[in-house]
Write a protein that binds this ligand. Structure first.
Ligand code: FAE
Length: 518
């Protein structure tokens, strides 16, 4: 039994049995991936009495490294930090105009910077998926925006039942507003609020799954620092309630779920005697294949994330493993309109040396300008006079995954120039703030004289869109027993950070599937 810390307090957390799946076995439900969609599916299936096996290509992330910590610090990347890279690929590639990437040993690390032709897609790797690396910002979209997010889903059921369920299970909370006003680590956010309000923009608190009581203790210096110690992109050792502290212990408590970390699904095809043959590679920590396994599953849930699920399905259709998949597979992929930028404040407007890595402030200009911007930290430990933002914009561009027979890889046809639409929307906020404050954009964070972080997304969505590639609950109609249950279902944009919507949609879909298909 593993020891975990629930919001910093050390507790014994039950862990799903992790005896690796054996070659030739037959399983009732096989879930590919252990992020939000996969965790919801595994929990609800197990609670309904169905045995589940979860296949996860990343590591378990339950064992401390040489420094005594499970996760590496964002400011000092090591082999734990990146998925099978020999050089870091930091989202903020430069500081003061200098490149900051450096060599690291190749290892099955936690953050994948997956490069396609026109975009780098950042994703979490490990038991817990994106919850291991994300900022924990847990935002329910405004109800008036929901029709545009998931047009085929009844907003009433989502806002009455599934969003509340997702928020409760994930442990979503908003910062204590009184503490926000005084906390040294949120000086940067108060500067962001003041400037937004001076330009007439509505300011909102952004809820998070971080344990706010733990953060108060971090600020008071009574516990080891996590959010205040610069931990974020490569995992969080204490205060963040990732899936390791929410769904996964519940999954373990059912006693019906086994998880195989460092196992990657490469093929799913109908089995002659019914069900599906699933081909799985077991990986070493340097990414080599140590064994190949083949199992039979009555049902298979694709929860490998928007990119992982889309790539698998596109490949399986093109290579004849699942030839009858419909022509919507691979389509409708978007970047959730992500763009980043920094602003240079005046010398009399410092943003603080101590910055919590957990953002809690947002500027909502969605209705007027198509942008929702988080006031993000730059936790460098030194004063930078920078205000930094991650904007989610209503960028309308959508890309498609296709099979490339010559490379035998799946390509994504997103083009960097398509970010222009998102940049214009983000400018609806930051041009106005700069004009009001008499300030300029930072040009040293993404290259030399480069203002916009337009080369990446943290929020891949779509590729197997609900009610198009699947039925209105994620069933793959052409292949009974196959389901999609992750971010691939959402057609490219959620107007806010996506994981609450991914979780809520998965809760909705699995309830229907358990009730009617098993
Ligand atoms: P995901 O969580 O990506 O899980 C998929 C899992 O499948 C992963 O563990 C993979 O390793 C695994 N997998 C993939 N292919 C295979 C295969 N072939 N075989 C076996 N396993 C496989 O999918 N969202 C927010 O709402 N708020 C935030 O603050 C936020 N911050 C973010 C910060 C960063 C740096 C990043 C990268 C993402 C952030 N996100 C945030 C996005 C969020 O984490 C993401 O939308 C969800 O994790 C997606 O959930 P899924 O269940 O779709």
């Amino acid at each position: 039994m593993a020891s975990a810390s629930l919001g910093g307090r050390a507790v014994a957390a039950p862990r799903a049995a992790d005896a690796a799946i054996s070659n030739g076995s037959r399983v009732s439900a096989l879930v590919i991936g252990s992020g939000y969609g996969g965790s919801v599916a595994a929990l609800r299936l197990a609670q309904a009495g169905i045995d589940v096996h979860v296949i996860e290509m990343g590591m378990a992330w339950d064992t401390p490294g040489a420094d005594g910590k499970i996760f590496a610090n964002t400011t000092s990347p090591d082999e734990r930090s990146y998925w099978l890279r020999t050089r870091t690929k930091q989202p903020l590639s430069h500081f003061l105009g200098f490149p900051i990437d450096r060599a690291i040993p190749r290892y099955t690390g936690i953050l994948d910077a997956e490069e396609f032709g026109g975009i780098t897609v950042y994703q979490g790797r490990g038991v817990g998926g994106g919850s291991l690396v994300n900022g924990g910002m847990a935002v329910t979209p405004k109800r008036e925006n929901f029709r545009a997010i998931l047009p085929s889903v009844d907003p009433n059921e989502m806002y009455d039942v599934y969003y509340p369920r997702a928020n409760a299970e994930l442990g979503v909370r908003t910062i204590d507003p009184a503490w926000f006003e005084t906390a040294e680590c949120y000086h940067y956010a108060r500067v962001g609020r003041k400037q937004a309000q001076r330009s007439g923009f509505p300011f909102v608190f952004v809820p998070d799954v971080y344990d706010w009581d733990y953060m108060k203790q971090e600020q008071a210096g009574t516990v080891p620092r996590s959010a205040l110690g610069g931990e974020l992109l490569f995992g969080n050792n204490y205060g963040k309630k990732s899936l390791q502290k929410t769904y996964l212990p519940q999954i373990a408590a059912t006693g019906r779920v086994t998880i195989s970390p460092l196992h990657r699904v490469t093929s799913v095809t109908p089995a002659s005697g019914g069900g599906y043959t699933v081909v799985i590679e077991q990986l070493t920590t340097t990414g080599a294949v140590s064994s190949a396994k083949s199992v039979t599953a009555d049902t298979v849930f694709f929860a490998a994330g928007s990119v992982g699920t889309s790539k698998l399905l596109v490949k399986l259709k093109a290579t004849g493993a699942l030839p009858n998949l419909n022509n919507e597979i691979g389509k409708g992929w978007g970047d959730n309109g992500n763009v980043m930028c920094g602003r240079a404040n005046h010398i009399w407007e410092p943003t603080g040396c101590l910055q919590s890595s957990i953002p809690t402030a947002g500027i909502d200009n969605w209705a007027a300008g198509g942008a929702f911007a988080e006031v993000a930290p730059l936790p460098t430990g030194i004063e930078t006079w920078a205000s930094f933002y991650l904007a989610i914009t209503r960028n309308p561009n959508r890309a498609q995954f296709t099979w490339n027979p010559s490379t035998r890889q799946v390509d994504l046809n997103w083009q960097t120039a398509w970010k222009r639409a998102g940049i214009e929307m983000a400018k609806s906020i930051f041009d106005r703030i700069n004009a009001k404050e008499g300030t300029i954009y930072r040009t040293d964070l993404f290259g030399i004289y480069k203002i916009w972080g337009d080369h990446l997304t943290y929020h891949p969505l779509g590729g197997a869109v609900l009610n198009k590639a699947t039925d209105n609950y994620g069933r793959i109609a052409e292949y009974p027993g196959l389901y999609v249950i992750d971010g691939a279902l959402i057609p490219g944009n959620t107007s806010v950070n996506p994981f609450v919507t991914i979780t809520a949609l998965a809760e909705r879909n699995i309830e229907e599937i358990v009730a009617n298909d098993f």
